[in-house]
Design a binder for this molecule. Structure first.
Ligand SMILES: [Zn+2]
Length: 392
């Protein structure tokens, strides 16, 4: 570890244990309790806030403690030896959960899709809202699961609409993609590990002076059905001198992968960095980072269950600046969708007050709704009560 990095990172995260470097806070939190599966509200996250893209449901998932607790906390398994023993050379197996335990995550307590009681089809319910002036908006409820073909496109548009007001404050924009070596990917199946790595990265960038950071995990690559978690980061980055870029990559590698493990497997994180002032390019990155990658539940049913309710897509920093760039061409549609995402009418900007009781979408279809995008619709205003100024 370099002295300069220690200076920059006073809370050195890895406690030295024998020949291993292990993260203190992860060790203390590596309890065998299921906590990740408590699921958030319906798919609508906070306006302009964080984004929950995988599995949203009102109900909590039944998971046995073993199923989640040992899914593979990165670095969390502390190899043990008696106090006076000479530490033996670690192997990758020391970092992996015991084989049987790993297999045991095949979840007894987790219901598979087939076992679950018949659920409503995604998009079959909708909420209706009205503005003070009587304009009505309908919002079809989507499940937001990455593998749901019904709502994938709409969920993606909602996600982009939700993050765009903040990302419009970034110019120039930096884009970092961090890929992990194959050897450690089994350890990255646990959502707690992913959340922790994301948090470490955001903290690191903030400490290095970045004011705005957004990051989101992709679980698969573009051309493969093999688990390949990689972190997409959008930030207020600019041109970096080669030595600055090397220093940034070095700091990220040290923060996200214990050096002992990197040496053991003789591999390290692959980090790609780019920056731009071009609006179209920024928009391309934003849409790319927000896209779903876990396109079929069948690719890894167990992983899908573990990721149920995982809160993907997180912001760090201050986001109170005026917009610094504008959407162009067809991307302008996100201006209206962003207003809808913030709970405002897309034209008038009036706040929409939502009725909490969902209605069957088929009922609302009879009102000839007009699609505004991302499963938001405008409905005709309600008819005035009978007995008003009607003809004789
Ligand atoms: Zn869906």
């Amino acid at each position: 570890m370099s002295i300069s990095f220690r200076k920059e990172c006073p809370r050195w995260p890895f406690a030295k244990t024998g020949a291993f470097l292990l993260p203190e806070d992860l060790l203390s939190r590596a309890e065998r309790t299921p906590e990740v599966v408590a699921v958030s509200e319906l798919h609508e996250g906070r306006p302009g806030g964080e984004d929950s893209s995988l599995g949203n449901s009102r109900t909590n998932f039944e998971v046995s403690p073993t199923a989640v607790g040992d899914g593979g906390l990165l670095f969390a398994k502390e190899p043990t030896f008696a106090e006076n023993d000479t530490p033996k050379k670690p192997t990758i197996g020391d970092f992996l959960p015991p084989y049987l335990e790993y297999e045991a995550t095949s979840p007894y307590g987790v219901k598979t899709q087939a076992q679950k009681s018949v659920e409503r089809m995604c998009g079959s319910l909708a909420l209706v809202g009205v503005t003070e002036s009587g304009k009505r908006i309908a919002k079809r409820i989507c499940c937001g699961r990455e593998w749901c073909e019904e709502c994938r496109e709409q969920s993606h548009n909602r996600r982009v609409a939700r993050i765009i007001p903040r990302l419009l404050q970034i110019d120039p924009m930096g884009y970092i993609v961090i890929t992990f070596p194959e050897e450690v990917r089994p350890l990255m199946r646990n959502p707690k590990t992913l959340a922790d790595l994301g948090k470490r990265l955001r903290r690191l960038l903030r400490r290095r002076g970045y004011r705005k950071v957004y990051c989101r995990w992709h679980f698969y690559g573009d051309k493969s059905t093999k688990h390949n978690p990689h972190l997409n980061v959008l930030c207020d980055g600019d041109y970096l001198l080669p030595e600055q870029l090397a220093d940034l990559k070095d700091a990220i590698r040290r923060m996200l992968l214990p050096r002992s493990m990197a040496q053991l497997i003789d591999k390290d994180l692959v980090i790609h960095y780019d920056f731009t002032r071009d609006s179209a390019r920024k928009m391309h990155w934003i849409k790319y980072a927000a896209k779903a990658t876990f396109l079929e539940r069948g690719w890894d049913d167990q992983l899908a269950s573990m990721l149920y309710g995982f809160h993907n897509g997180c912001f760090a920093g201050t986001w109170r600046d005026p917009p610094k760039w504008k959407l162009t061409g067809t991307d302008k549609k996100y201006n209206a969708l962003a207003r809808l995402g913030e709970g405002r009418h897309p034209e008038s900007g009036e706040p929409v007050v939502w009725d909490k009781k969902p209605l069957p979408w088929v009922l609302l279809l009879m009102e000839n709704p007009v699609h505004l995008g991302a499963w938001w619709y405008s409905l005709p205003p309600t008819r005035p009560p009978p007995g008003g100024d009607q003809c004789k």
